[in-house]
Design a protein around this ligand. Structure first.
Ligand code: NAD
Length: 323
């Protein structure tokens, strides 16, 4: 039996998921929704499905097994709640919300109703990340160092990304991938302290009101310590995570894992498409009614959102915050 899929949001990342899902057997695109009708029409022409501009109408009219929710952070306005009410499993892009309370409510409802969820923390689907986890569990680890350096996305043209009310800023919207990866490698965060720099990019890009750079200190429940530095002041892209322990540095960047033991360095490169793995895993989970292989579900993603939101609270108050 085919897994029937609908989309809410037919922008950039939705297109990337559609392209991968179309490669899978036993899937059928049944509906496409975007508030910009042409985008939904374009997706439907290419992959099939009925076109909508109103997600409530679509979820009320069309029977589907899975809904992909690919809207910007500010635009989560009840899509998840309605999917849950209708018993529709959903995949949602990170960050799952900007409102912590609403995200927690959704997580509770997901649990209560047994909805299968997936969240777009795509880096977890690299095979080398499982290798990193295997190595880390066997070593005496002390700390983690994360970084997320880039330029202002789209040179500031995508307004929602550079305004706090719409994206939450770089840490909540993008460096969230690195926070989520740190949690996958070292477990949950217990306490956080953060600082930020502002006032540089806003002189160049009208409407820019988010941080230019941030620096966090993290304490993990299992005793590890860590830091994360992020900026949109650079012009290239460099992000990664380095886990350091007794006689070992495990460094992950892009599609490469470097295991450095001082006298011996091993470099492992991945050739898989992590987003294809992510989509395949989610569709299989729904088809089999077994969510166990999904690497980041809604409940997991809410923990990442909590760290990034509490980090901002720390930046505002100038004190460490318990998660
Ligand atoms: N996992 C990843 O690596 C990754 C990469 C890129 C983007 N994303 C995430 O995906 C989300 C979307 O990003 P994007 O780059 O696709 O943005 P985008 O601006 O390209 O697309 C978003 C689309 O959602 C539509 N939309 C907004 N409100 C809607 C509503 N109420 N109903 C239906 N459609 C609506 C917009 O019209 C737009 O077409 C963001 O949260 C972003 O962080 C994740």
């Amino acid at each position: 039996m085919k897994v029937r899929i609908g989309f809410i949001g037919c922008g950039g990342i939705a297109g990337a998921h559609m392209e991968r899902l179309a490669k899978l057997e036993d899937v059928e695109f049944v509906c496409m929704c975007d508030i910009e009708k042409e985008k939904a029409e374009k997706s439907a022409q290419r992959y099939g499905g009925k076109v909508y501009t109103d997600f409530e109408k679509m979820l009320n009219e069309i029977k589907m097994d899975v809904c992909y929710i690919c809207v910007p952070p500010f635009a989560h306005k009840g899509q998840e709640e309605l999917c849950i009410e209708k018993g529709i499993h959903f995949f949602v892009e990170k960050p799952v919300h900007l409102d912590m309370k609403k995200a927690e409510d959704i997580a509770e409802k997901v649990k209560a109703k047994g909805i299968i969820t997936g969240v777009g923390y795509v880096l977890r689907y690299f095979d080398i990340i499982e290798e990193a986890r295997d190595i880390i569990t066997k070593e005496q680890i002390a700390f983690v160092r994360g970084r997320y350096y880039g330029g202002v996305p789209g040179e500031g043209k995508n307004r929602w990304l550079i305004t706090k009310a719409m994206s939450g800023g770089q840490l909540i919207e993008q460096a969230t991938h690195i926070v989520n990866m740190m949690q996958y490698l070292l477990g949950e965060v217990e306490e956080i302290f953060g600082w930020k720099i502002e006032g540089i990019n806003n002189k160049i890009y009208p409407d820019y009101d988010v941080e230019d750079a941030s620096c966090l200190l993290l304490k993990f429940k299992d005793g590890y310590i860590g830091n994360l530095t992020c900026t949109w002041l650079w012009s290239g892209f460099n992000s990664g995570v380095e886990v350091v322990g007794k006689g070992i540095i495990v460094d992950y960047q892009g599609n490469t894992l470097t295991v450095d033991k001082g006298n011996k360095k091993v470099i492992i490169t991945s050739s898989i498409d992590p987003m294809l793995e992510e989509d395949k895993t989610f569709i299989k989970a729904v088809a089999a009614g077994d969510p166990s292989r999904v690497k980041s579900d809604y409940i997991d993603a809410v923990k990442t959102l909590a760290v990034t939101i509490k980090a901002h609270e720390s930046m505002e108050k100038g004190i460490p915050i318990k998660i």
